[in-house]
Structure formats: C-alpha cells, structure tokens
Design a protein around this ligand. Structure first.
Ligand SMILES: [Zn+2]
Length: 132
C-alpha cells in the first residue's frame, strides 16, 4: 500500500477522535503484514491520565484482533488544520514491542506534498527491550 493511501486512512480515522479537552484530533492507520488496516483515534478523558493516543488505540485494537506483525503506521493530527504530528514516546515504545525497528515505517504528514516517512529506529534509537 502506498504511503499516501495509508495516510488518507489516518485522516479518515481522525474524524472519530474524542478530544473535547485539547481539541487536538489525531487519527492513525496501522498496516498489518497481512494487508489489513486497523484505524485508531485519540480518546481523551476528563481526568487526563486515562487518555489514549490514536497510535496506541490502533495497535491495541489490532492486537485484540489477533494481529502481531505490522508494516507501517500513518498519523494525521491537528486542531482545525493538520500539522506534522509525530508519535509520542509512549507510542514509540509500544511500536518497539511489536515491530522491527529497521523495517517498520512511520508516516507523518500534513498533505500529499508533505509526507515524512521514518523508520522506527530513527524515531526511537536504543529502545528498551527485554533481553533473553
Ligand atoms: Zn502517543
């Protein structure tokens, strides 16, 4: 799947964002190795702490469906206008749990002309992982 096509699915997922406190709506589209795309949005809470990012919503929904292998995730976020929206540190760590850092791609963008494709290793070098 082309990066822009996946990113458009993130833009679509953003419509479901529950963000009454920040007004910052984020959507994510996670491409699984078998071709399935699982979407997620940010879900805020009045107590702030229980809020969840779009990227983790997508990952947890995918894992709950039995997915364990992933190719890429696209992210689209902003208040009214889209801005470059990179995953937070917590979401990067969740990606590191399931994804090969050199082959998993994170697609961040504002529009078709401004799409940035990064590897997980670029976003999270020297990540924590359990050693056998
Ligand atoms: Zn996050």
């Amino acid at each position: 799947m082309e990066a822009y096509e996946l990113w458009q699915k993130a833009v679509k997922a953003r419509e479901f964002s529950y963000s009454p406190y920040s007004g910052f709506k984020v959507g994510a589209a996670l491409l699984c190795k078998n071709g399935e795309v699982v979407q997620g949005c940010n879900v805020e809470n009045s107590a702030y702490g229980p809020s969840n990012c779009a990227e983790r919503t997508a990952f947890f929904a995918a894992v709950a469906k039995g997915q364990r292998e992933f190719e890429a995730i696209a992210i689209a976020g902003g208040k009214e206008e889209l801005v470059m929206c990179y995953p937070c540190g917590v979401c990067r760590q969740v990606m590191a749990e399931f994804c090969d850092p050199d082959n998993f791609h994170v697609i961040c963008g504002m529009n078709k002309e401004k799409l940035e494709i990064l590897t997980l290793r670029e976003l999270l070098p020297k990540s924590f992982e359990m050693q056998d």
